[in-house]
Design a protein around this ligand. Structure first.
Ligand code: SAM
Ligand code: DTB
Ligand code: SF4
Length: 330
């Protein structure tokens, strides 16, 4: 008997927080067409399947980070091309945000290469959030670990989303990062939730993890008291000088499976096709959208690495009949 019959179909719109590893494993093991059919069914019960939300990234403070995340070109411990910079000023950020908005992005995400910001770092970031928000864009920042007082300050500034990735399974985490724990990450996510900021939390595929690690990452996200509103699924960008520069390639179908399982486990979340699109064919991206990805990073740079040309993304959307999700608030 086939695996298909041994999983009760999820009730669409019924959000579960009790997934077992066995159940998630069975999803990963489904025949590809079965998995994609189910993911697409879940997707279209909750979203317009022909729309993708566009977020643009800006690195507001590059490099010099004390953490040792094995994938990251911004760690001070690795010899990469990235140079450390201070926080960008308001004018530079607002002109990048205006350009992102006129190109069609609805969310502007600002990243800083910190382990955890000091209160005086937040003094610099808060006017950036307020300024971007005044342009009518949704705001997101990713600044590292935060305490409760800091998440409250960000909420008071009107921040919409905080990005803080779990990256991989609890079991594999120590192979990738030794300077903080999974528990540290979960603590910050709880502080973000408590401050009523929307959570953007996902991970990376291609770190050398097993399928069970991918299953455990997605299970951890889905079994949180509330699903993250936004779930970025990154394909590792292999950067020279990082310990993962020579990591093995991920089979494209395995990447699509990860997107599909994320969609089934978190039916109402925005699943973002995130880093790594420059190394993907149009056909692979189309499969990711079919599997339930409905958000992506848009704009020609990620933080320190490249992203597809805007013209190429517009051409892809036009060929697929996809349109950009309009602003959810103004
Ligand atoms: N320092 C903060 C932190 O780590 O939370 C914020 C910035 S950090 C660069 C944000 C996220 O980018 C990481 O959690 C990781 O998921 C992703 N990332 C970094 N380098 C990457 C790479 N080479 N490929 C794919 N994703 C990457
Ligand atoms: C996320 O999940 N991916 C983005 C964003 N959140 C901050 C970062 C991707 C970084 C890719 C490598 C780089 O450009 O440095
Ligand atoms: Fe620092 Fe974030 Fe890069 Fe880790 S992922 S080294 S915390 S910037």
């Amino acid at each position: 008997m086939h695996a298909t019959t041994s999983i009760a179909p999820e009730l669409n719109n019924h959000l579960r927080h009790d997934w077992t590893l066995k159940e998630v494993r069975l999803l990963f093991e489904l025949p590809f067409n079965e998995l994609l059919f189910r993911a697409q069914g879940t997707h279209r019960s909750n979203f317009n399947p022909n729309e993708v939300q566009l977020s643009t990234l800006l690195n507001i403070k590059s490099g010099g980070c004390p953490e040792d995340c094995a994938y990251c070109p911004q760690s001070a411990r690795f010899d990469t091309d990235v140079t450390a910079t201070p926080v960008l000023d308001l004018d530079a950020v607002l002109s990048a945000a205006r350009a992102a908005k006129s190109a069609g992005a609805t969310r502007f995400c600002m990243g800083a290469a910190w382990r955890s910001p000091k209160d005086r770092d937040l003094d610099k970031v808060i006017p950036l959030i307020e300024g971007v928000r005044e342009l009518g864009l949704e705001t997101c920042v990713t600044l590292g670990m935060l305490n409760n007082a800091q998440t409250r300050r960000l909420a008071d500034a009107g921040l919409d989303y905080y990005n803080h990735n779990l990256d991989t399974s609890p079991e594999f985490y120590g192979e990738i990062i030794t300077t903080r724990t999974y528990e540290d990450r979960l603590d910050t996510l709880e502080n973000v939730r408590d401050a009523n900021i929307k959570v953007c939390c996902g991970g990376i595929v291609g770190l050398g993890e097993s399928t069970d690690d991918r299953a455990e990452l997605l299970r951890t996200l889905a079994n949180m008291p509330s699903h993250p509103e936004s779930v970025p699924i990154n394909l590792l960008v292999r950067v020279e000088g990082t310990p993962l520069a020579e990591a093995g390639a991920v089979h494209p179908f395995d990447f699509v499976r990860t997107i599909a399982v994320a969609r089934i486990l978190m039916p109402e979340s925005w699943v973002r096709l995130s880093a790594g699109r420059s190394a993907m064919t149009d056909e692979l991206q189309a499969l990711c959208f079919f599997a339930g990805a409905n958000s992506m990073f848009y704009g020609e740079e990620l933080l320190t690495t490249e992203n597809p040309l805007v013209a190429a993304d517009q051409e892809l959307f036009s060929r697929l009949g996809i349109s950009a999700t309009q602003a959810l608030h103004s």
